[in-house]
Design a protein around this ligand. Sequence first.
Ligand SMILES: Cc1cc2nc3c(=O)[nH]c(=O)nc-3n(C[C@H](O)[C@H](O)[C@H](O)COP(=O)(O)O)c2cc1C
Length: 316
Amino acid sequence: MHQPRPLPAPLDRLRLPVIVAPMFLTSTPDMVVEACRNGLLGAIPALNQRSSEGFEAWLTEIDARLTAYPDAAPHAVNLIVHASNPRLEADLEIVIRHRVPVVITAFGARPEVIDAVHSYGGLVFHDVATRRHAEKLADSGVDGLIALASGAGGHTGHLSPFAVLAEIRQVYDGLLILAGGVTNGAEIVAARAMGADLVSMGTRFIATQEAAVPEAQKQMMLQAGAGDVLVTPNLTGAAASFLIPSIRAAGLDPAALPAVGAPDAKRESKAWRDIWSAGQGVGGIQDLPTIAELTERLSQDYRAAVARIAADPFAG
Ligand SMILES: Cc1cc2nc3c(=O)[nH]c(=O)nc-3n(C[C@H](O)[C@H](O)[C@H](O)COP(=O)(O)O)c2cc1C
């Protein structure tokens, strides 16, 4: 059985084993700085800025603001490495120039990207959703795999977190990060007990003061339960989780969404911007704390859960 172990540098600066997940149209420099300042790994997708120049301006701002906090946790950038991303080369050069501590790659692993990030001492994490996928990447040089479980916000996995962690651990002994449905401290402890080193939490951090999404989106999240989340490929082309009330509010029938590319798929409302993504963890979210308040709560809940488990009569 895999034992919880200390995290390698620079992740050893984390207060909790938590990545504040990169989220399209949601993550901002404010969220990254607040996450890192409070000891969590803050992440931002390069594509949240419309141009590479804008992306570099954000990194310059993040670097400058984080110098005020010498003990801050490291930050990460999310790069889409699929051939369809015309900005990859330019954004990668910027990442290298700013020596971004962690790069989270999505949609295909590229050896030249891994080498480039390693050249300045950065780490690369990559998403996987199955054992076969993990097996392919185990020897690719990546420094960590993000196991996407069912119930995740954004593009989701389809296996239970129990099943996906157990399978991936059979083929990969490196740094493993669980993404999908984690919203509280006890669940972070559970993930580590199940063989993960860290968790990546997206949905929980949308419901914070710092998240720059419409207030209506946050209020919808407070009302929603796991049953209000629809997983469909019909809004983006790949299976992704969206809030059913936001699909209805956009004038669409969640039960009859035309496939992407279908002639009747023309719609004004855009996935992500007007149709809001959240994972099944939304059901456990009941308030809109600041990231500092949420981190403190996660930390207290983490310690309380460890104490509960240590006192478990079955462990005696
Ligand atoms: C609104 C939203 C946007 C997302 N955008 C991205 C993205 O641009 N790149 C990426 O790698 N993952 C993206 N994700 C997935 C997250 O990085 C993470 O895997 C997921 O949020 C974890 O599941 P949870 O939301 O249940 O915590 C997004 C998730 C959400 C909720």
